[in-house]
Write a protein that binds this ligand. Structure first.
Ligand code: F6P
Length: 323
C-alpha cells in the first residue's frame, strides 16, 4: 500500500548520458502532478549510501530539459556493489520512507536496482547510456545525441583528411559493444568499421584503404570502437603496414556531453513519466523500454547481461555503401 502522499526518489548512476536531466524533470513533474513528493538522490548509489537526499520541486527542474550531463551528479559506486552496501542502501531507503525509486542508468545500474528490488524496495529503471547496450529496449536515452556528436566530429575530420589525402582512425566509446561505432560508421559513411563483435585483420583494413585510393578517394575514415582496438596503435600499424599517411583521433568524453537531441529529450520525458506511473500503480523490478514506437515495461533482469547482438545486415550495408 502506498502512503497518502507517496515519496518518489530519483537518482542517476554510471556514465552520464545526454537526456538524463530531461528524464529527472519528467520524474519530478509527473510525481508532483500525481500528488506525490519528489526527492533527488545525489551522486547515484554512492550518494544514497551517504544519505544525500534533497526535495525536488517543480521549479527545481526548470531549465534542465536541454542540458547535458545530470544535475544530480552520478557515480560508479564500488561500496554499493557489496552485500553490506546493498543492505545499508535498503535500510536508508526504508528510513527515508521512500515509496518508489527511479534509477536512471545503464546495465550496471540496473543490476544494483534489481538488488534493491529483491530487498523490498519498489524500483523502476530508466535506460540511459550512450553505449545503447541494454537489449530490453530498442534505444537508450543518450545514444541518438552521441551518434550526432560523432557524425559532426567525423565530418570535420573528413575535411582535413581530404585536404591532406590522409587516413584517419577515429576511436569512439564502446568497451564491449560496437553499437555506437556501427551506427556512427553507417551515418557518417566510414570506409571501415571495427567493432568488438567482429574479429578484424590489419590486412583487410589496408585493402579497404587501397581500394578507396585506387578509385581516387582523397581520404579514408576508419571508425573503431574502443573495445576493438585503440586508435593510436592502429594508426601506427597502418602507417607501417600500408605506407599511408595516417592520423588518429580519440573522441573520448566529448561523446558524453552536449545538449540532448530532440529525440533523446522526448524519449527521456516519456520514459521518466512512465517510470513514475508504474511505481504509483504498484510495479517494481521493471524498467521502461522503447519497443517500436511504444514505451512499455520489461523486467529489470532483462536490463543487464543481455546486449543487442550486432546487426550484421547494418554492418554489411555500411560496407557496401563504402565501396
Ligand atoms: O557510459 C559508458 C561509457 O561511455 C563507455 O563507453 C566507456 O568505456 C566508459 O563509459 C568510460 O567511462 P568513464 O571514463 O567515465 O569511466
Amino acid at each position: 500500500m502506498l502512503a497518502d502522499k507517496p515519496r518518489i526518489a530519483v537518482l542517476t548512476s554510471g556514465g552520464d548520458a545526454p537526456g538524463m536531466n530531461a528524464a529527472i524533470r519528467a520524474v519530478v513533474r509527473t510525481a508532483i502532478a500525481a500528488g506525490a513528493d519528489a526527492w533527488g538522490i545525489e551522486r547515484g548509489f554512492e550518494g544514497l549510501l551517504e544519505r544525500s537526499f534533497r526535495p525536488l520541486s517543480l521549479g527545481s527542474v526548470g531549465g534542465v530539459l536541454d542540458r547535458g550531463g545530470t544535475f544530480l551528479a552520478t557515480s560508479r559506486s564500488e561500496r554499493f556493489a557489496t552485500e553490506e552496501g546493498i543492505a545499508e542502501a535498503c535500510s536508508i531507503l526504508h528510513d527515508g520512507e521512500i515509496d518508489g525509486l527511479v534509477v536512471i542508468g545503464g546495465n550496471g545500474s540496473f543490476r544494483g536496482a534489481q538488488r534493491l528490488h529483491e530487498c523490498g524496495i519498489k524500483v523502476v529503471g530508466v535506460p540511459a547510456t550512450i553505449d545503447n547496450d541494454v537489449a530490453a529496449t530498442d534505444t537508450c536515452i543518450g545514444f541518438d545525441t552521441t551518434l550526432n556528436t560523432i557524425c559532426d566530429a567525423t565530418s570535420k575530420v573528413r575535411d582535413t583528411a581530404s585536404s591532406h589525402e590522409r587516413t584517419f582512425v577515429i576511436e569512439v566509446m564502446g568497451r564491449e559493444s560496437g553499437m555506437l561505432a556501427l551506427y556512427a560508421g553507417l551515418a557518417s559513411g566510414a570506409d571501415c568499421i571495427l567493432v568488438p563483435e567482429v574479429p578484424w585483420r590489419l590486412e583487410d583494413v589496408c585493402s579497404c584503404i587501397a581500394r578507396g585510393v585506387s578509385r581516387g578517394k582523397k581520404h579514408t575514415i576508419v571508425i573503431v570502437a574502443e573495445g576493438a582496438g585503440r586508435a593510436f596503435g592502429i594508426a601506427g600499424d597502418l602507417a607501417e603496414a600500408c605506407s599511408q599517411h595516417v592520423r588518429a583521433v580519440v573522441l573520448g568524453h566529448i561523446q558524453r556531453g552536449g545538449a540532448p537531441s530532440a529525440f533523446d529529450r522526448i524519449l527521456a520525458s516519456r520514459m521518466g513519466s512512465a517510470a513514475v506511473k508504474a511505481l504509483l500503480s504498484g510495479e517494481s523490478g521493471q524498467m521502461t523500454a522503447l519497443k517500436s514506437a511504444d514505451i512499455v515495461l520489461a523486467p529489470l533482469e532483462k536490463g543487464y547481461g543481455f546486449r543487442h547482438p550486432l546487426r550484421q545486415e547494418l554492418y554489411d550495408l555500411a560496407m557496401v555503401l563504402a565501396l
